[in-house]
Design a protein around this ligand. Sequence first.
Ligand SMILES: CC(C)(COP(=O)(O)OP(=O)(O)OC[C@H]1O[C@@H](n2cnc3c(N)ncnc32)[C@H](O)[C@@H]1OP(=O)(O)O)[C@@H](O)C(=O)NCCC(=O)NCCS
Length: 175
Amino acid sequence: MIRSETPADFAAIDRIHTLAFGHDWEALLIRRLRDTASFDPDFSLVADFGEGAVGHVMFTHVTVEDTVNSVPAVVLAPLAVLEEHRSGGFGTKLVTEGIRRCKERGDRIMLVYGGPYYDRFGFKLAREHHIFRPDPVPGQQLRVLELVPGALKGVSGVIRYPAAFKPLLNCTPEE
Ligand SMILES: CC(C)(COP(=O)(O)OP(=O)(O)OC[C@H]1O[C@@H](n2cnc3c(N)ncnc32)[C@H](O)[C@@H]1OP(=O)(O)O)[C@@H](O)C(=O)NCCC(=O)NCCS
């Protein structure tokens, strides 16, 4: 099942991301985000089909800012599944459930920094909407999804991340 994280999952979540990315930057990001006032475990999801967490995804509020407007959005990051459990649909189930919960909460725009894997969920290249990350990394692509039809109308600008993301910006790993 896909469920909200509990403290009993913390060590497994650390391990999932450290193994998937080959370093602990994402695991540290998750720990920093858990310490923020706005953290909600219902948006930190694990895939657990009976033997503990084998995949994890997190969703965090950000804003997309231009010189005039600041538009709320949610960023999907990080996502990982243990290598021995990949291609079993866990990644798809985690993202699909996250999208469902974010829609139910009233979020309107979702962003992700990642590759064509995300096309299956309807994400499009964010540059087509003139939405950018503050630290573009060659080979990485920001993608965006409307959670509500028309939500991207008139929205453009640069993502402003919570401070917890700062150490990860400018050192994002390869896809
Ligand atoms: C990306 C990831 C979470 C997918 O998890 P998963 O449980 O295997 O996902 P699913 O089973 O839903 O989908 C698997 C499919 O996605 C494809 N896929 C995986 N990574 C991909 C990528 N970067 N680009 C395009 N397709 C990709 C696989 O080839 C597989 O295709 P298949 O179904 O034809 O075999 C997993 O590969 C992972 O943890 N990767 C390392 C961490 C990572 O890159 N996270 C995302 C960073 S933005």
